[in-house]
Ligand binder design. Structure first.
Ligand code: PMP
Length: 423
């Protein structure tokens, strides 16, 4: 009795949380507990409102508790929370995604981004009969064994597990290459090409902070994988319907073999999806031999929320206004920091960005790591003390919602001005 919620949490939850980044260890802090969300604001248990730029780590592109999403959830909940037989909205969701993402023939709904990438790999291995997979250093694709592999530096390196409990035999099948390094990717294929099932890539990196790829990077992934008969999996869990309508690959006129989605398509509900070419999706059970299933997959409340949100993002000018506001914030932060002689740079992609505490935008994880993480830590806490919740780690992206209007952005910049003066 008398213990704080955080003390109680630490007794019964590992590290006090249900997902590591929430612990604020990335900024040597202690988390606040949420009571409710309202538009651009997250309100803590003790009643403090924060302008929220974490936005549930990406899904909440309409802000917290958008009336259309809340209404869809309430109406569905009253009709049942889960059925275990197909529903109309599962079909509508798959039709929506295949309509808005050229080259996506079929989709399977799952419950998280992790599930989506895990199965995409399984399909690639089944389709090619090959065991190895290539990922890029500093990219996160979920917490299953094959992709939880240490971000290696330098040329292509064989994987080392990033977590205890991952057998080295499994980790050894994952080849890690620096982001934006086409030559290293070529090298990996020269060495292991006949054994590589897939290259999985975030088409705009978001998990080492936002890093926009060089112009030739994604086309190179497409052509190299094609040349060697490997699949290209575009992991758009973070970027899908966040950078703009559809996927980054589709916006750039590229067609991956498989695409993974989550976050925005679920509006904050636990949702993921994988999709792609018909020949690959036809391999999935019960149509084919690749097994994947889920009690909650295509859950009616999740599809209700997701479709309600997606209905809003396809409205005319939705992304142009959102991206303009995001740019106003990103550029405004850089200007104010530089005015106070703090070396910063930014990568922005649509409605996400990262402010890096280094003078030039990084191109890969090594460069990301060569930024002033102590500077970021101090910036985070000074912003939080003044009512602005920035990502609690220098390696996460800022997410802007349609409820961050001009006034909220201006308020944020005014706070930042004060903070940069102190830094
Ligand atoms: N892929 C990417 C690109 C992600 O950003 C994430 C989560 N941040 C995942 C996969 C894993 O998704 P989830 O947390 O829903 O399992």
């Amino acid at each position: 009795m008398g213990d704080t919620l955080w003390e109680r949490a630490q007794r019964v939850l590992p590290g006090g949380v249900n997902s590591p980044v929430r612990s604020f260890r990335g900024v040597d802090g202690q988390p606040f507990f949420a009571d409710r969300g309202e538009g651009p604001y997250l309100i803590s248990e003790d009643g403090t409102p924060y302008i929220d730029y974490v936005m549930g780590y990406g899904p909440l592109i309409l802000g917290h508790a958008h009336p259309a999403v809340v209404d869809a959830v309430e109406r569905q909940a009253a009709r049942g929370i889960g059925y275990g037989v197909p529903t109309r909205r599962e079909v509508e969701m798959a039709e929506f995604l295949t309509h808005h993402i050229p080259g996506l023939d079929m989709v399977r709904l799952v419950n998280s981004g992790t599930e989506a990438t895990m199965t995409a790999l399984r399909i690639a291995r089944a389709a090619t009969g090959r065991p190895r997979v290539v990922k890029f250093a500093g990219s996160y694709h979920g917490h299953h064994d094959s992709l939880l592999i240490k971000a290696g530096s330098g040329a292509a390196t064989l994987g080392v597990p990033d977590s205890a409990g991952v057998p080295s035999e499994i980790a050894a099948l994952t080849i890690t290459v620096p982001y934006n390094d086409v030559e290293a990717l070529e090298d990996a294929f020269r060495q292991y090409g006949s054994e590589i099932a897939a290259v999985i890539a975030e088409p705009v990196a978001g998990n080492m902070g936002t890093v926009v790829p060089d112009e030739d990077f994604l086309p190179a992934i497409r052509s190299i994988t094609e040349r060697y008969g490997a699949l290209w999996i575009s992991d758009e869990v973070m970027t899908g319907f966040r950078v703009g309508l559809g996927t980054v690959a589709s916006q750039r006129g590229l067609t991956p073999d498989l695409v993974t989605l989550a976050k925005v398509i679920g509006a904050g509900m636990p949702v993921g999806a994988y999709g792609g070419k018909r020949e690959y999706l036809s391999l999935v059970a019960p149509a084919g031999p690749v097994y994947q299933a889920g009690t909650f997959s295509g859950n009616p409340i999740a599809t209700a929320a997701g479709l309600a949100q997606l209905h809003e993002v396809v409205q005319p000018d939705f992304y142009s206004v959102l991206v303009m506001r995001t740019e106003q914030l990103a550029k405004g932060l850089v200007e104010r920091a530089r005015r106070h002689n703090i070396p910063v740079s930014v990568h922005q992609a649509g409605a996400m960005f990262t402010l890096f505490f280094r003078d030039t935008p990084p191109r890969n994880f090594d460069e990301v790591n060569r930024s002033d993480t102590e500077g970021y830590r101090r910036y985070f806490h000074l912003m939080l003390e003044r009512g602005v919740f920035m990502p609690p780690s220098p390696f996460e992206s800022v997410f802007v919602s349609s409820r961050h209007d001009a006034e909220v952005i201006e308020k944020t910049l005014a706070v930042a001005e004060e903070v940069f003066q102190k830094l």
